[in-house]
Design a binder for this molecule. Structure first.
Ligand code: DAH
Length: 355
């Protein structure tokens, strides 16, 4: 071919084409609609018949062999491309998989649910009351006189409406539950919920959680209280736990007692968490004061009752051996993850966290 070199030269360019795009270019250049071989074939009609046949045969042969070379190179390039992709996109089936992040319940939620489970199995019902509470329910009805230290500005959060406070404990639900029962017996409830006090240090946060308990019926005694709460402690902390009751004072109970359990961290031997005593206090309780029964609409000459209240954070700290409660409320997932064994919040998992 005049201005294109020999057939050998064209074939060489084809063999050296590095990409399918390059190859397409070469195809257009020679055998495309405006390709040089194509153009010359169009010229054939202008030649004399003899010359036309000879030249036509020659051009056809060129065309055929260029097309064959193009096809061959195309196959090679496709093949090459595939092999490159195989190397590039190779899957390593031996790489360990990534574990999906599993969300689990907050440690405080798990502790609260465990406490609820124990009492629901003992036949208690759940009860709730408002977090913005009247001073009457929060204090007076519970036999807390106006000059009692618990009503001090230091302790309570007051709201703009006179006569209302953020409840400082779940005890007002005792009164509300008795009123709701309208004299029916027995009253046997627990009341979990948020409570508020103007406290903020390593072992106190301004918003915290309590579980209140109340049983009112004919013939309820202090023995029912100690029996029920001992069962609760065993269910919560395991059979190895010991309990003791110390006399105490609360305006809404008479007599009042506090329950201690053997320290979960040292199992009674004495350590930093239990201040070397081997015991930790977990709740306040007592026989319901007659004035409280009356305020709930019950006749203290006919019925008696026992009540108790515990801080969920306090119990969680004892279970998990924590000395800074605030960490539980900062909600840093890396910290919260250290509580998770991956088995959910079942009793087994919960008890194993005592070990
Ligand atoms: N309300 C008390 C507190 O917040 C706890 C408490 C003590 C509740 C004795 C009771 C009880 O029901 O009988 O500290």
């Amino acid at each position: 071919m005049e201005q294109g070199g020999t057939l050998e030269a064209i074939q060489q360019t084809i063999r050296q084409a590095a990409t399918l795009d390059e190859l397409k270019e070469i195809r257009n250049q020679w055998v495309g609609r405006k390709g040089r071989i194509t153009e010359q074939m169009k010229e054939l009609s202008r030649l004399a018949p003899d010359l036309r046949r000879e030249r036509g045969a020659e051009l056809n042969a060129w065309r055929e062999s260029v097309l064959a070379a193009l096809t061959r190179r195309e196959e090679e390039l496709v093949d090459l491309e595939e092999r490159r992709a195989l190397v590039h996109e190779r899957l390593d089936l031996t790489i360990p998989g990534r574990r999906p992040e599993v969300g689990l319940l907050h440690p405080l939620t798990r502790v609260r649910r465990r406490i609820e489970d124990v009492f629901l199995r003992l036949g208690f019902s759940l009860a709730y009351g408002p977090q913005v509470e009247s001073e009457w329910y929060n204090f007076e009805a519970l036999n807390i006189p106006p000059d009692h230290p618990a009503r001090d500005m230091q302790d309570s959060f007051f709201v703009d409406v006179p006569g209302l406070v953020l409840r400082t404990h779940t005890s007002p639900v005792q009164i509300r539950s008795m009123q709701r029962h309208q004299g029916k017996l027995p009253v046997k409830i627990i009341a979990p919920g948020l409570t508020y006090r103007r406290d903020d240090d390593a072992t106190h946060v301004p918003m915290f959680q309590q579980v209140e308990g109340l049983v009112v019926d004919e013939g309820i005694s202090l023995a029912d209280l100690t029996g029920t709460l001992t069962v609760m402690a065993q269910e919560l902390f395991g059979d190895g736990v010991d309990t003791r009751f110390r006399s105490s004072y609360f305006p809404f109970t008479e007599p009042s007692v506090e329950m201690d359990v053997t320290c979960a961290v040292c199992r009674g031997a004495g350590c930093r968490v239990c201040k070397e005593t081997g015991w930790v206090e977990i709740l306040g309780s007592g026989v319901v004061h007659p004035v409280v029964l009356e305020n709930g609409g019950y006749d203290p000459s006919i019925v008696t009752g026992f009540a108790f209240g515990m801080g969920i954070e306090r119990i969680a700290m004892r279970i998990f051996g924590l000395d800074d409660l605030r960490l539980l409320y900062q909600n840093d997932v890396r910290y919260l993850d250290t509580f998770q064994s991956g088995e959910g919040d079942g009793p087994g998992d919960f008890k194993s966290s005592l070990a």
